[in-house]
Design a protein around this ligand. Sequence first.
Ligand code: G
Ligand code: G
Ligand code: MN
Ligand code: NA
Length: 255
Amino acid sequence: IQIVREVELALTEQRMVPHYQPIVSCADGQVWAFEALVRMQRSDGSVVSAAQFHEAFTDSSVSHHITTRMLDHVATDIRKWMDRGLKFGRVGLNVSASDFMRGDLESRIVGAFASRGIPLDKLVLEVTETVFLQGLEDTVATTLQRLRKKGLAVALDDFGTGYASLTHLRSLPVDIIKIDKSFIDTMLVDESSLAIVELVLNLARKLNMKVTAEGVESHRQAMCLLNMGCTTLQGYLFSKPMDREHVGGYLSAFN
Ligand code: G
Ligand code: G
Ligand code: MN
Ligand code: NA
């Protein structure tokens, strides 16, 4: 069975679920947010990560359906965690280009949160530069601008890997830059990676943006990033993405 068809089937059978990876604040060591990452559950109990079905995000109908399910899961989980008094911070939701094409992303997000009484400042929308490849700049900018006025934060994901990154920082309302894992992986052994990380941190400071370093796996990377003024860290050093049942336990062990 072809992977995109398998995802479609999993969607109708409610087998597409979020896993959550913590993002930790450098200032106080507290959990600043959890990024929601979609996973497909197979009937044999195994879990398939998004990297293995990335084709699904280029099919606009399947991608739209994934976002619908993830938005619903995320809003449900946030409501539950709020009711339990968990200090989870915010939740990051990944969206793709096709989510902006229909022109209803704002109302879908506002609807999912308002119906559960959740303020929009609990949500971080993670966008990659691929949302600009389709001539959607104006739609994307307008949608994000309107959502930001309601309290939502915008993160530019995989920063440094796309084309014309700097242009997008000027035209897009961005609160957080997420430095791609490939730079963090090599920053301690490759001087140009380190220089690029430092440059992004300085740029973000001038533009009043926060920076999340992705793929932090070692203490040395974390210390180096901390010393250069990075705002938040994400990676296996803190935790792999976990299923929703483990978030409460993670937070109590953390504090
Ligand atoms: O979790 P994993 O390493 O498999 O993620 C692979 C890629 O899939 C990541 O780049 C991530 O941005 C993307 N991704 C993960 N979850 C979602 C999601 O819910 N929606 C979208 N659009 N992309 C996602
Ligand atoms: O593109 P995006 O940034 O959304 O992708 C995030 C993905 O990267 C997550 O799904 C997660 O599986 C993976 N990831 C997060 N932290 C680490 C890490 O420390 N090491 C590795 N190898 N992968 C990571
Ligand atoms: Mn992401
Ligand atoms: Na990323």
